[in-house]
Design a protein around this ligand. Structure first.
Ligand code: NAP
Length: 204
């Protein structure tokens, strides 16, 4: 199973403030849902608390050093490595044909999402190949920082703004390590006024 990171980043690498997101871009939320649907999602305890509920039809794994009282439908691990192991073990490809409802997966898996289609307007970088199943790290800052060295792929929404007073940042995406394999056209969000684009990176 591939290890993927999905994140929305401002041009100064800001991703959050006061345990909340920095913007509401409905196209990005739809993209996130479409991309992660049916896949394991791994997050830090603070991000889980910021979302406030398990994401439906996805195996929700929260990383915490302890004291986190997991609600129903959420798995807790004490490290990112353990989270990946759990994601791998619980993925339907290694499960019996009828996964239990408690697994967090829908009974019919939609597959590992359509992350190859960043936008209908772009040429697909790997058209014709089946994307591998992904375990998605979905935040926040602490977990992203730890996941970068392990990730195979980054799915990034670049939001073209600077948020100076943010308190959480994404690590620099080193162009010597990551190559762009797909990029959407530049889109515009009326509500926030921001331009944004979806970019997929793969490790060289
Ligand atoms: N822009 C985006 O795409 C995006 C996406 C997601 C989140 N965010 C934002 O990011 C911010 C939250 O990020 P954050 O850095 O404050 O918190 P976080 O990474 O979501 O969670 C941090 C928590 O994860 C646990 N943790 C971290 N490293 C661990 C390890 N090695 N082993 C075990 N547990 C570990 C700890 O939980 P315990 O304290 O329970 O031990 C720690 O307090 C929010 O503002 C959120 O809105 C932005």
């Amino acid at each position: 199973m591939e290890k993927c990171i999905i994140v929305a980043i401002a041009d100064n690498n800001a991703i959050g403030k006061d345990n909340a997101l920095l913007w509401h871009i409905s196209e990005d939320l739809k993209f996130f849902k479409r991309t992660t649907m049916g896949c394991p999602v791994i997050m830090g305890r603070k991000t889980f608390e910021s979302i406030g509920r398990p994401l439906p039809k996805r195996l929700n794994i929260v990383v915490s050093r302890g004291g986190f009282n997991a609600p129903e439908g959420v798995e807790v691990t004490s490290s990112l490595e353990e989270a990946y192991t759990l994601a791998e073990r619980r993925h339907p490809s290694v499960m019996p044909a009828s996964p239990s409802a408690a697994s967090g997966y829908p009974s019919t898996m939609p597959g590992p999402s359509d992350i190859m289609s960043l936008s209908p307007a772009i040429t697909l970088s790997e058209a014709g190949t089946s994307p591998a199943p992904c375990a998605f790290v979905i935040g926040g800052g602490q977990i992203y920082a730890q996941a970068m060295s392990m990730a195979d792929r980054l799915i990034v929404t670049h939001v073209h703004t600077f948020i100076e007073d943010a308190d959480t940042f994404f690590p620099t995406i080193d162009p010597a390590v990551w190559k762009v394999v797909d990029r959407s056209e530049t889109l515009h969000d009326e509500e926030s006024g921001y331009d944004f684009e979806f970019v997929e990176y793969r490790r060289f």
